[in-house]
Design a protein around this ligand. Structure first.
Ligand SMILES: Cc1ncc(COP(=O)(O)O)c(C=O)c1O
Length: 339
């Protein structure tokens, strides 16, 4: 494997993460299924975002930042991870959160899930409407950065999901870690896609390693064209900055059709699938990302593994703290199944 010159990273994430066999799901799907447990990159700092933050926050520290600003949905895993990692490093954090009406009163009180950790990490929370978030989040974050700079701070901006060229290196490194754990490269890797950086990083890591493995990103919102454009942009930026190879056509694919009712929304069928997977495989998925990704793996297994025997790796990207937001729906299903 060629080694490009990559920037320094912190060691916030507990690596390597384990690779776990899934005997029951493997038998049901007719492939060898392994799960890369990136939900175990830490405890409160768990999930895929930490691998990205290892690079992003190393850059923030190198630039002598005193605060970090980032953005996401109201229950964002990325914002929680950034706020907690920032407090660990002695940096202040500012989170721009998208809420239904843009008012701070939309936030659940008392806070729960990721929001509870945001508050405990002492993050400053700023809210905005979904349309302002879509069209102006960069501008809003820049305005926040300007006002912090005017007050003598050195703010560092992290994009949504930590998904830029630097953050994606966390998943280039994950691909290398995974290949090092396996005797032979897997046929396919499947992962949830929400802002594209994880998918871009994995594709770059596989390309760099020169293995034939294909990576499938299951869109949890938006559509395939949106994510393809994002992956192409991140990959082009990373190729230019770190001398990485061009992506071979077909190296990655975005799978759509598993977004369900949309970002953060779920259905009874989806939650029943989540519970069935937990009871059969002992795999705890989250309703926003990994459950939809695992649904995609099961639903599109013939495209993911057209030839058998095949070895497929599902990357569990975390999201456990989001589960408490779905407590009522999950309890209702549990009651029905145990009635
Ligand atoms: C738990 C979880 N899984 C997967 C993703 C998707 O990763 P990415 O944003 O890099 O596409 C995210 C964040 O968006 C996440 O929080």
């Amino acid at each position: 494997m060629r080694t490009p010159t990559l920037p320094d990273r912190l060691a916030l994430s507990a690596l390597p993460t384990p690779l776990q066999a899934m005997p029951h799901a493997s038998a049901a799907l007719g492939v060898e299924l392994l799960v890369k447990r990136d939900d175990l990159t830490g405890s409160h700092l768990s999930g895929n975002k930490i691998r990205k933050l290892d690079y992003l926050l190393a850059d923030a520290v190198a630039q002598r930042a005193t605060s970090v600003i980032t953005c996401g949905g109201m229950h964002s895993n990325h914002c929680r991870a950034t706020a907690l990692a920032a407090s660990q490093l002695g940096l202040r954090s500012v989170l721009l959160l998208r809420t239904p009406s843009g008012h701070v009163s939309d936030l659940p009180s008392p806070p729960h899930g990721n929001l509870l950790f945001d508050r405990m990490a002492d993050a400053r929370i700023v809210t905005c409407t979904p349309s302002d978030y879509r069209e102006q989040r960069q501008l809003i974050m820049q305005t926040l950065a300007d006002s912090l700079a005017a007050a003598g701070e050195r703010p560092y901006l992290i994009p949504e999901g930590g998904s830029n060229a630097l953050g994606a290196l966390g998943y280039l490194a994950c691909a290398q870690e995974l290949l090092g754990q396996l005797g032979a490269p897997p046929d396919a890797i499947v992962v949830a896609t929400g802002s594209g950086g994880t998918l871009a990083g994995l594709a770059l890591g596989l390309e760099l390693a020169g293995v034939p493995t294909r990576v499938f990103g299951v869109a949890v919102c938006d559509d395939a064209a949106t994510f393809e454009a994002i992956v192409e942009r991140i990959a082009a930026e990373a190729q230019a900055a770190y001398h990485l190879p061009e992506l071979t056509p077909g190296r990655y694919r975005v799978l759509e059709g598993f977004q369900g009712r949309g970002y953060g929304l779920t259905t009874e069928e989806e939650l029943t699938f989540l519970l069935t997977t937990l009871h059969r495989d002992g795999l705890m998925l989250d309703p926003v990302y990994t459950n939809k990704a695992f649904l995609g793996l099961v639903g599109a297994i013939d495209q993911i593994a057209p030839q058998r025997p095949a070895r497929v790796v599902f990357i569990h990207t975390g999201g456990i703290f989001g589960l408490s937001s779905y407590a009522a729906e999950l309890a209702a299903i549990e009651r029905t199944t145990h009635a």
